[in-house]
Design a protein around this ligand. Structure first.
Ligand SMILES: NC(=O)c1ccc[n+]([C@@H]2O[C@H](COP(=O)([O-])OP(=O)(O)OC[C@H]3O[C@@H](n4cnc5c(N)ncnc54)[C@H](OP(=O)(O)O)[C@@H]3O)[C@@H](O)[C@H]2O)c1
Length: 230
């Protein structure tokens, strides 16, 4: 898909030195986020304020119950976008509140009662895909119907993998936390299926690194090879 048919996408994440996003499977990343430098928290909120939309996977909403709003700096909160194949968003989820506009993307297989309940709570429900949310289709809808030019994604690993696998991520910004947490099944930056050969590795190019307070921040471009249709 040519890039103008979809938003420019930044993946942004706080990760430990061993590449983990949280303390253990099922634990909220808010526990680790408490250890971010205050300057880095500001960077996260500043980045949100600079983007038209922010997307996280439905499991992050079920575990972290994030707000995904701009609170620590001046600026408008981005459109919140949550893909959930079965429209499975808890009724008390903070993203259903009035702090910012929200789109829940669901598949055609989502139970009608879930979709009705979400629409009644005041959010937009977009249907894209048969059994699973069609992420390239969703990107095109966000660009065309919601005017989203730049979108950031804040995980978790399942969504990060799907977005990369569809070649929908342009840049990655990592906030490195000075910890090792271990755990073979602890969620890391990218989950999904393992690859079979080095040809399938996602290749990155480091474009900037800097200290933000006491945290190292690295910025990477994603290089997709071979470039389609070239
Ligand atoms: N450190 C950080 O920066 C950070 C950031 C975010 C999250 N986290 C952590 O990550 C963990 C959650 O990650 P996770 O991998 O379990 O879940 P996730 O990536 O947050 O969400 C995955 C869910 O997204 C929905 N989805 C819909 N269409 C999809 C598609 N095409 N591809 C992929 N997902 C799709 C599905 O929801 P349905 O099941 O509803 O269909 C799927 O189960 C939590 O522990 C959280 O704390 C850490």
């Amino acid at each position: 898909m040519p890039e103008h048919d979809r938003p420019h996408v930044l993946m942004m994440s706080e990760i430990t030195v061993d590449g983990k996003l949280t303390l253990k499977r099922g634990a909220s990343s808010k526990i680790l986020m408490k250890y971010m430098a205050p300057e880095t928290e500001l960077l996260l909120h500043q980045t949100r304020a600079e983007y038209d939309a922010i997307m996280v996977g439905a499991n992050t909403i079920r575990i972290d119950n994030s707000f995904l709003t701009v609170r620590l700096v001046e600026g408008k909160s981005p459109l919140r976008v949550i893909p959930s194949n079965r429209a499975d968003i808890p009724p008390n989820a903070n993203i259903l509140g009035p702090d910012a506009r929200t789109v829940i993307a669901v598949s055609k297989a989502a139970p009608t009662e879930n979709v009705v309940r979400l629409r009644e709570s005041g959010v937009d429900v977009v249907v894209a895909g048969e059994d699973e949310v069609d992420l390239p289709g969703l990107m095109a809808i966000l660009s065309r119907d919601y005017g989203v030019g730049r979108m950031m994604i804040e995980g978790g690993p399942t969504l990060n993998w799907s977005m990369l696998n569809h070649r929908l991520v342009d840049e990655i910004r990592l906030i490195h936390l000075p910890f090792i947490v271990g755990g073979a099944d602890t969620p890391s930056l990218v989950g999904g299926m393992h690859i079979e050969s080095e040809d399938e590795m996602f290749r990155l190019s480091l474009k900037r690194h800097f200290m933000c307070g006491s945290n190292l921040v690295t910025e990477w471009d994603v290089i997709y090879h071979p470039v389609p249709h070239e």
